[in-house]
Each structure stands twice: as C-alpha cells, then as structure tokens.
Write a protein that binds this ligand. Structure first.
Ligand SMILES: Nc1ncnc2c1ncn2[C@@H]1O[C@H](COP(=O)(O)OP(=O)(O)OP(=O)(O)O)[C@@H](O)[C@H]1O
Length: 453
C-alpha cells in the first residue's frame, strides 16, 4: 500500500534556487526508506515538502492517496501523521525541560492532559530518557538531544517518521542505538524515511533507496539494485558500500562465489569459497609434514558439516617463515541463539536459561530490555548491532541469548532464520518463552557429532 506519493513536484526558493523538480516518488507503508544524495541535492527541501512545512510551486503530495491541502486544519492533521526530526536537534528543542519539550506536540494536537502525559511517558521510555525528564534539554549531549527530538515526534504517534540525517554528530554506539530505535518503531508499524550521505547505512538498513542529485531523483530501487550500479553512483558522487566493495575485491580474486550482495559481515563471510591450500605463519620449530591446529572455519568452507575444526599438514616452509598447509577438516556443531521475549519477563527464568542453556553471550535489543538487564544485573556482551554480532558468535559454536520485546522478537527470529536458510549453516534458533513461536532449526537426528578441536 502506498502511504506517501509525489507527482511532478517542484519547489523554488524565493531567491530563485530550484531545489526540487520533476519529482515523482511512491513510498510504501511500513517500509524503511533512505534518500541518499550529496550536499545541496535537495533532501531537506523534499522532507519539508513531505510534511507540508513547504508548499510546492507545482505538483502535489499525496498521503494515503489524498492530496495535501494547506489550510491550517489540514496541515495539523498532516503533521500529526507525518512527523519530522530535523538534522540539528537545536532547531527542534526549545522547552525548559525534556518533559515539556516532548509534551509540546501532543498538547498542540489538543489531546487531554491525561493523554498527553501517557504519550510523553511512553515516548520517553521508548527512547530511554525517562530519568532525564526534568532536565533542561540544552544540558544534554548531542545523542540525548536527538532522542528528545525523536521522542517529541513519537509522542504524537505518527504513521510516518521522517529523519533528516539522523546520525549526524553521533558517536558510533549512539548511532547504532538510534538505528535500533528506528528499527523498533518500524517493527511497530511506522514507516521510516531518512536522508543520509552514508552509503553503508543506506545499503545495510533500508528496504528501498532513492538517489537524489541536483534536485532530481536519478535512481531508485532496493539497496542491492541501486548500489551495484557503478555508473549511477558515479553520477551521484557516491561510493560503493564498504561490504560490497570488499566482496567485489575477494570475488575478483576467485575467493568468493559470484552474484551475491552481502549486506552484513555474516553475509559477507558466507560468500567465501572453500579452499584447501593456504599460506600461514608457522611457529618456530615446526617442520614440513607436521600437523598444525588452525582453529575453526565455517560457512562454505565446510565439506561435511556447517561448522568445523581445521587441522592442517605443513607441506612446505618458505625461508621467510611462512608455510603452505593443506587443510584437514572435522565437523563439529555450531552454537545456537535463544530469543527471550521480555514482555513475559521473569528474572529467575532468565537466570535459569543462562545457567542451564550454557549461555556464554547475551545481547539486548530495545530500550525496555536494556533497562531490565541493567536493573537486574544481567551482564550484556552486546547492546548494539545485536543480531549480526550474535549470529557471528553462534557460528563460532557458542550459545547466545537475545533479550528483546514486542515486534523485535519476530524481527530477530526472522533475520536469524533467514540467515540459517540462506547460508545452509545449521544452528539452533528459537523464542524460549513464547510457546506458540518456539522453533528449532537444525536439530536433526543426523546432526554432526561434536568433536574436540
Ligand atoms: N532557504 C533557502 N533559500 C535559498 N536556497 C536554499 C534555501 N535552503 C536550501 N536552499 C538551496 O536549495 C538546494 C537544496 O538544499 P537542501 O538543503 O534541500 O539540500 P540537502 O540535500 O538537504 O543538503 P545537505 O545534505 O547539505 O543537508 C541547495 O542548492 C541549497 O543551497
């Protein structure tokens, strides 16, 4: 279903600058969409047109198929449904306390005092700022201000959230947290639209990408479609995403299987071809013909099983101390991922799972789960980029637990099951405390035996 659409949109600033022209786009409900383009390509102007802050010189914007009207009542409705978070949080935050700032939007929509309070409490909890509600926003860090701005929009419960450069001025962990938050909103059904210069982010995160250049859309499609088009990227002055660039280099050297578009490190690792002879550094004292334990390899290296211990025979030692070795493999079992739904949280149960499930790696997704873990002293090994890091850990034979809630439970389950299915690497995955969703993958009778490495 199309939620937002533009037809022949044009916008000219009063000084004559044409910032948007011939713009025809369709945005589907519930999707994560990225607009990518260089400075001055027109992203911010387009976003202001998409929530009615600017009125087009020509053309129309449609919400659920209905063209925008620009009287104050219609605009209020549009801004309630389509929230925008500005690039610079200081342009958005002005009230004396965090609470009052977040309350501004819902109060302006004429909500009752009780409803405003509920919306604000909920939004502050979602972005993890309940504790700072009485602080003046200008005393907060850049990342915290960004969250206040996001909470202010969330409190109006919009269907579409537009964020202009959501990660500008954030450190890597703060950036991951904001993206996790946006994924969470998306799981609850919001359509999320961002602008960014960051091709890695657009490639990894979005369902659909628009490339903007000189006020026009010059390319669009899934991230895999858009970012494999070198000519298009060149025209837009953008580079390829790093994961894709590394993949193409190893593919060109015959080390990865062709025709893939890996988005994440687990996906990239999974494209590697099996190899039998490799160069390695050998410790002093090793002679030709000796055996070496090289550790563990997985993915397509495996010949008999999804995951294997690798021993090697030293064939030839070069005078510089490096040696050519022939790999000998032994199948062992991969680890597993358990997902715990914190909507049905019980600390004794989590403790029992950690102990009896022999869990060695714990991650939490979503503010609620992180706060629960912190409050109850559950040590977290990872709190951002959780799904990928957990998959990589499970591939190394370890048992992992993800604490999360709501739509994120299904999101994590789906992503990990997809990985299991496309990679052919079998490890266990399931929701542990939600009977109807309890599933295991890869627990077959003929699962490979476990060997000591
Ligand atoms: N208030 C304004 N008056 C005149 N021209 C403007 C105004 N705001 C933006 N422009 C111009 O409109 C064009 C598009 O600007 P816009 O801010 O939409 O681009 P952008 O893609 O968001 O850039 P950035 O990535 O730097 O934020 C640019 O040429 C810019 O100089």
């Amino acid at each position: 279903m199309i939620i937002l659409e533009t037809r022949d949109l044009k916008y000219t600033y009063p000084d004559g600058t044409v910032a948007i022209q011939d713009l025809n786009i369709e945005i589907k409900k519930g999707k994560k969409v990225a607009f990518v383009g260089q400075n001055g390509s027109g992203k911010s102007t387009l976003f202001l047109l998409l929530n009615g802050t600017l009125k087009p010189a020509e053309g129309d914007v449609f919400f659920h198929g209905v063209p925008f009207k620009y009287d104050s009542k219609s605009l209020r409705e549009i801004r309630k449904s389509i929230g925008i978070v500005f690039q610079n949080s200081d342009d958005q935050i002005f009230a004396p306390t965090v609470y009052q700032d977040v309350a501004f939007g819902p109060a302006n929509l004429g909500y009752s005092k009780e409803r405003v309070d509920t919306c604000v409490q909920q939004a502050l909890e979602q972005v993890g700022l309940s504790r700072l509600k009485d602080k003046p926003p200008h005393h907060l860090s850049g990342g915290q201000k960004k969250r206040v701005a996001i909470a202010g929009i969330m409190a109006m419960e919009p269907e579409v959230i537009i964020l202009d450069e959501p990660l500008s001025n954030l450190d890597p962990v703060g950036a991951d947290e904001i993206m996790d938050l946006l994924n969470e909103f998306n799981q609850f059904g919001s359509t999320i639209i961002i602008s960014t210069h960051d091709v890695d982010l657009a490639y990894r995160w979005s369902d659909y990408v628009f490339l903007l250049s000189n006020s026009k859309i010059i390319g669009q499609g899934t991230p895999a479609e858009v970012f494999k088009d070198f000519d298009l990227l060149k025209k837009t002055g953008l580079r390829q995403p790093t994961t894709l660039e590394i993949y193409h280099e190893i593919e060109r050297r015959g080390l990865a299987s062709g025709g893939n578009s890996p988005k994440t490190i687990p996906d990239l690792v999974n494209t590697l071809k099996p190899i039998d002879l490799i160069w390695v550094d050998v410790p002093p004292g090793i002679k030709e013909g000796d055996s070496l334990n090289l550790g563990i390899m997985y993915g397509q290296y495996a010949t008999q099983s999804p995951y294997e211990a690798v021993n090697a025979t030293v064939l030839h030692i070069h005078p510089d101390g490096r040696a050519i070795v022939e790999l000998k493999r032994k199948g062992i079992k991969a680890g597993g991922v358990l997902i715990y739904d914190t909507d049905n949280y019980s600390l004794p149960e989590v403790k029992q799972i950690l102990k009896e499930g022999e869990i060695v790696f714990v991650g939490a997704m979503g503010k609620k789960s992180k706060i629960l873990a912190e409050h109850d002293g559950i040590r977290l090994d990872v709190s951002s980029g959780v799904i990928d890091k957990t998959i990589l850990t499970a591939l190394c034979g370890k048992r992992c637990l993800i604490l999360t809630a709501g739509g994120m439970v299904d999101h994590a389950l789906k992503r990990i099951k997809e990985y299991v299915e496309t990679s052919g690497i079998e490890f266990t995955v399931g929701v542990v405390n939600r009977e109807e969703d309890y599933q295991w993958i890869g627990e077959t009778k003929d699962s490979p035996e476990t060997f000591e490495v």
